[in-house]
Design a protein around this ligand. Structure first.
Ligand SMILES: Cc1ncc(COP(=O)(O)O)c(C=O)c1O
Length: 391
């Protein structure tokens, strides 16, 4: 038979999905995949049920239904402080992933280049690869994940179209400071580049840190596409709803691309979300308090098992180094350590190499997700402390 497209040649199941399958096979606790298994807030569920009962089942406009877009406008103005005019600056996307896909299609042609920071989020780089966009990466190093702006500038070429920024970061939890964002903006301006910012963990910042959107800085809006999502904030990763904010001329094209790729994000769920969109501050405060407790639990358990742990500034992952354990059997590299944790403690994590263009750079790292129900996380931490200490 004729071969499949060349695009498919490099494709394989992501480490994240592969680990999930292996952890499920031993009925273990999966701290690998970044899914929050807490319940979706009731008002959102009720809203979706009503929308389904009312047969709001036909295709939505390609850029989203008005009631939801209006709620997004309010949120983006008040929380993100992004200077948008109205619904013409927002679109509902099929998750932040749909937003990233359409942003890449709107901004970059095959052969153009995009710069990312490492550790990186694999879906970003895989999509860029699928689209034939070249990638350059600037490594950030633990424990502070500081940005070397001179090295960043050296990566910019004639082909560079955009810089991708994830703050708070998955996997390392870095939260970009105002000063770092200003330095980045200075480069974007000087070299006339776009930024695509992935802010899906925007409500999860610890120890009093504040999330800042690049697009809120003076002069940044016209060159920044801001992506966010309901997936993480409202524990609804499977609903596939997110949104993008940006200048009208880009958002309009992204909407048209989204129409070609997906037609629209799921309509009844959009209506349901518009009804149930939790705007009360107390929801976000409670969520943050819960994650803060879980973060402490997870970091302490890994530290007591001998890991080197840079405590995350934001998001809900711990990207920890097991280098201090690397002399022990089963800890030679990230793949082996991941399997050792599954075999001996029934705990799923993600090998660090998944977050680097050269997997060797993540050789001694594992990512743990602490967005779990408390009782499950406690059991996972107990196992990490007891099973690993006794090896
Ligand atoms: C940085 C980042 N962006 C996007 C996503 C996916 O978001 P969505 O479910 O809205 O597509 C994830 C999920 O893990 C993520 O970590």
């Amino acid at each position: 038979m004729k071969s499949l497209s060349r695009l498919t040649e490099g494709l394989s199941q992501s480490d994240i999905r592969a680990v999930t399958a292996r952890v499920n096979a031993v009925n273990g606790i999966n701290l690998g995949q970044g899914i929050c298994d807490m319940p979706t807030p009731d008002p959102i569920k009720e809203g979706a049920k009503s929308a389904i009962d009312e047969d709001k089942s036909i295709y939505a406009p390609y850029d989203g239904v008005d009631p939801l877009k209006e709620r997004i406008v309010e949120k983006v103005k008040s929380f993100n402080r992004i200077p948008i005019n109205g619904t013409q600056n927002v679109m509902v996307t099929a998750g932040a992933t749909g937003g990233f896909t359409t942003a890449v299609f709107a901004l970059a042609d095959p052969g153009d280049e995009v710069i990312q920071f490492e550790p990186l989020y694999g879906y970003h780089s895989n999509l860029l690869t699928l689209r034939g966009v070249g990638q350059k990466t600037l490594p950030l190093h633990p424990p502070n994940w500081e940005v070397d702006f001179e090295r960043l500038e050296a990566l910019i070429s004639q082909k560079t179209k955009a810089i991708v920024l994830t703050t708070p970061n998955n996997p390392c939890g870095k939260v970009w400071s105002r000063q770092e964002l200003e330095q980045l903006l200075e480069l974007l301006d000087r070299y006339d580049l776009y930024a695509i910012t992935d802010e899906v963990y925007e409500y999860m910042t610890y120890e009093g840190r504040e999330h800042r959107s690049l697009a809120s800085l003076d002069g940044a809006f016209e060159r920044t596409i801001t992506l966010s999502s309901f997936s993480k904030t409202f524990n609804m990763t499977g609903w596939r709803l997110g949104y993008a904010t940006g200048p009208e001329r880009v958002i309009e094209k992204m909407g048209l691309i989204s129409d070609i790729l997906y037609i629209c994000a799921p309509s009844p769920l959009q209506f349901g979300l518009a009804d149930g969109f939790a705007t009360e501050k107390s929801y976000y405060e409670q969520m943050l308090r819960d994650y803060d407790i879980k973060r402490t639990l997870m970091c302490r358990a890994l530290e007591s098992a001998g890991f080197d742990v840079p405590w995350p500034e934001g998001a809900y992952y711990v990207f920890a180094s097991f280098q201090p354990l690397s002399e022990q059997p089963g800890f030679a590299d990230d793949q082996q350590a991941c399997q050792t944790l599954i075999d001996r403690a029934g705990i799923g994590s993600i090998p660090g190499g998944s977050f680097y263009s050269n997997p060797d750079d993540g050789q001694y790292l594992l990512r743990f997700c602490f967005a779990k129900e408390m009782h499950e996380l406690e059991e996972a931490c107990r196992r990490i402390e007891t099973q690993l200490q006794h090896m």
